[in-house]
Write a protein that binds this ligand. Sequence first.
Ligand code: 5GP
Length: 253
Amino acid sequence: MARRKKIYEGKAKIMYEGPEPGTLVQYFKDDATAFNAEKRATIEGKGVLNNRLSEFFMKGLTQIGVPNHFIKRINMREQLIRSVEIIPLEVIVRNFAAGSLSTRMGLAEGTALPRPIVEFCLKDDKLGDPLVSEEHITAFGWATQQDLDDMVSLALRVNDFMSGLMLAVGIKLVDFKIEIGRIWDNDFQRLIVADEISPDSCRLWDIETGQKLDKDVFRRDLGNLTDAYTEVARRLGVLPSNVTHATKPTLIN
Ligand code: 5GP
């Protein structure tokens, strides 16, 4: 049997060559890492949940006209995506203070921000993904001013969509990270949402109890990560309501 071509392996996903030019197969691993991969574990079921949740969010974004890389889910762990040229920046949107913003600004976690704040970090593991300014981004040529305007606009649209979706199921979207890529339609470049949107890259707190339902459960040793992600999936209707643990998730189509 022919072996398929691996394009890239990251901490949580593997990219394989897709069936047609301009496509890739994105495989979601069960591996979890934090603190620049200083903390690692394999968490059974995480990849399956993130594949399904990212599909759910990206399909919703498509429905409201936010362009993204998702084409279709192939199986429990894989999805077909458009191949993009990833802009080497993490785009973070924050609605409430938490994590590195709380540390940097001395703000209590959970403090409401005056408006959503968009931040950019350089995607560079060796440097620990440092926060960068728009001046750095344009001066070093990672993106143009037009790209930056488009990235902020995409990020805020994702924020509005995700905040509403989560609010409807009793979850507060504290912050999240997305990645954005370039595609070309003939001579025209467009920016689209890429990578993944999942509890790995968001902070999600139960509105009533404040319980964390995201990767901070792993980062801060707060309990079982799969249970937390299963709860998010169950509330969103991605898993049937009688599923209590996701070591063997049952998908509903
Ligand atoms: P912070 O800057 O507070 O650590 O993270 C802000 C938000 O971006 C959080 O929701 C966090 O999960 C997400 N985030 C930041 N960096 C990364 C990263 O390298 N990988 C993932 N999966 N999420 C990240």
